[in-house]
Design a protein around this ligand. Sequence first.
Ligand code: NAD
Ligand code: KPL
Length: 305
Amino acid sequence: MSTTWHVLGAGSLGMLWATRLARAGLPVRLVLRNEQRLQAYQAAGGLTLVEQGQARHYPVPGQTADAPEPIKRLLLACKAYDAEAAVASVAHRLSADSELILLQNGLGSQDAVANRVPLARCISASSTEGAFRDGDWRVVFAGHGYTWLGDPAHPVAPVWLDDLTAAGIPHEWTADILTRLWRKLALNCAINPLTVLHHCKNGGLQAHHCEVATLCAELTDLLERCGQPMAAEDLQPEVERVIQATAANYSSMYQDVANGRRTEISYLLGHACKVAERHRLALPHLEQVRQRLIAHLHNLGLPGD
Ligand code: NAD
Ligand code: KPL
């Protein structure tokens, strides 16, 4: 019998994973924030996945964190700033043979989660898939991509990767998940805050080439200093390539700010600056961008963390 996938967080990625796993005939349960959300979900009767313009309905069963059955496999699909509290809400249902898959972008939340549930196995993920919500309990699959998974503490791949294959979720197990997470963090730090501060699409940063190059130089120093030389390799050319390839897009942070949503700044730029301080490495431009961004968020009435 297949192990049940508990998906905590009925947001964009949570719904994208839950619907594809359910479509493959795998047992899935959606863990919702409270009884009120559960009732609203039950009234809707399930999730809708919109793929290539086609909407399909999946009646994935829902429950709250207080449901009685143990959780053996948990996909944590909330934002980085909610991860620790979210896992705490189901900690009483986890045990030494539970496995958690952490979908959060950036760094910092994974350690916070692992410290909360030291017995469970925590697997980190870094995804380039894209999805957004276009209504309650509805997700649009917006960009095909890849999800890298890895466990910095144990290099052995889990057997349930077969479930992802069956569900058509493109993935790869990697022993170097920290390199991937740091590389993505560096890309996001070099691009996302500047798109917010200059109020532009990613391509607009081509007009701020020197500023981008300065941030890349500091990020490269940081990655080398904190033992991530592979994540540092040719960072600037890759940042420039991503800016060009995604020129017509707004960065995820830009979209969060434009929609009045809290950003994940503390797990991106905030994490980079904190680690630099720990290594006594001065990164004046990154620190200045962080402070400008926080001031900008406060001016908009958004949290600066
Ligand atoms: P989202 O805001 O759409 O969804 C998060 C969901 O988690 C929300 O529905 C929220 O209510 C729920 N949640 C938070 N705390 C909860 C709790 N205690 N109990 C139950 N539910 C709770 O976020 P998302 O876009 O799916 O992003 C999730 C993570 O994946 C982020 O770190 C993001 O950066 C990363 N990511 C997203 C995408 C994407 O395309 N959306 C792509 C790559 C990476
Ligand atoms: O991941 C991104 C984001 O917008 O969050 C890109 C497109 C790489 C820009 O940093």
